[in-house]
Design a protein around this ligand. Structure first.
Ligand code: 5GP
Ligand code: MN
Length: 345
């Protein structure tokens, strides 16, 4: 069930390069989620246990429901002061990207990542990886980058440095990327990995509580507002969507991460298999798409919104107004009318 044996050559190279390196910088994608941060911190901690000077540089801030994560003191989120600093990767002899498949996914640091002389590695589970690193671990069979990373660690000398904190970070990645094992987690190997993490002492119920029961009161009211006033269900097309205006975000004092998971609400309505959310950000509309079964939202996103992702979870951006973006989405649904009407799940 595990695909790691395909990578025996890469594992040897990775091990040798890590042993050679002193300063290692790990980079998750911009607007990182639980898997990007969990994988980045886990890798950082295991490398630190192995005596490396490892640090994480996140292109942007990470969500507040992860502010308790082990190892976070080794993470720098680029802000206004550091955003354009040409030297962020200056002393690195190794750069490791986690949880993204294209340079554009690290946005504001892409150019500096690409121009660095450091040895580059990518560890990811998205389809169609771009070729911009010296070494590539890319396998869609894993539910999360964290799952793949666990097996990379397990199959190198780094295994001896695993501990409870590292296991906790990896579990956050697996738990969040599978919606608490509600999707993308039917591979028995996922549960083998979780079982190994449990043996390392993770407190899974506490991790769940830290991640999912950590909202502000404003966020709960925001959620109520969204469900009551901003959710549209189109039963005949088995589709639902949510839109959030800039005014809504201000009114409910949105913090980064507050809208995480809102995109899934329409999927809780019986019969709905395709859902979308449109969030009016400062210069663009952020789009997230989710589906059940074989409806490929990554293809939909690539076709209409220049985005990508996984078959059941994808995203994109629109530079049209919120209203125009929603209209385009509703029109695009017509192209899938027959498929959606006849879709069985
Ligand atoms: P989310 O909707 O949570 O932002 O992202 C869902 C999935 O789609 C993630 O796996 C993410 O990597 C991918 N994704 C999100 N936004 C974009 C985008 O603008 N372009 C591409 N290529 N992938 C995206
Ligand atoms: Mn992921």
């Amino acid at each position: 069930m595990s695909k790691i044996s395909k990578y025996s050559k890469e594992l040897k190279v990775f091990e040798a390069k890590v042993q050679e390196a002193e300063n290692i910088i790990i980079v998750p994608h911009y607007n990182p989620d639980g898997d990007a941060i969990g994988s980045a911190l886990a890798l950082c901690l295991v490398l630190r246990n192995a005596g490396k000077n490892a640090n994480v540089i996140s292109p942007t801030q990470y969500p507040s429901f992860l502010f308790w994560m082990p190892g976070r003191k080794n993470l720098t989120s680029l802000g206004k002061k550091t955003e354009s600093n040409p030297d962020i990767f200056k002393n690195a002899d190794m750069l490791i990207g986690v949880d993204f498949n294209a340079l554009s996914r690290i946005k504001n640091v892409a150019e500096r990542f690409n121009n660095s002389d450091a040895y580059k590695v990518l560890i990811d589970h998205h389809p169609h990886p771009e070729n911009f690193t010296d070494l590539l671990f890319s396998e869609t069979d894993y539910c999360s980058t964290a799952g793949l990373l666990f097996e990379i660690i397990e199959n190198t000398y780094l295994k001896q440095y695993l501990d409870k904190d590292i296991a906790t970070c990896l579990y956050v990645g697996i738990m969040t990327d599978t919606g608490c094992f509600s999707f993308n987690s039917s591979n028995p190997n996922t549960f083998r990995i979780v079982s190994e993490l449990l043996k390392l002492g993770i407190e899974k119920d506490i991790i769940y509580d830290r991640v999912y029961n950590s909202f502000s009161q404003e966020r709960m009211l925001f959620m109520g507002h969204v469900m009551l006033n901003r959710m549209v269900i189109i039963p005949e097309l088995k589709t639902g969507y949510i839109y959030i205006t800039a005014k809504d975000r201000k009114e409910f004092k949105e913090k980064f991460g507050d809208t995480e998971n809102f995109v899934n609400f329409p999927l809780s309505v019986k019969g709905v298999i395709f859902s979308a959310i449109f969030i009016e950000r400062d210069n663009f509309v952020k789009i997230s798409l989710r589906s059940k079964g074989s409806f490929p939202v990554n293809e939909f996103s690539a076709k209409y919104f220049n985005g990508g992702g996984h078959i059941n979870a994808a995203g994109g951006e629109s530079h049209k107004s919120l209203q125009e973006t929603i209209e385009k989405f509703v029109e695009s649904l017509q192209d899938y009318k027959t498929i959606l009407k006849n879709y069985n799940y």
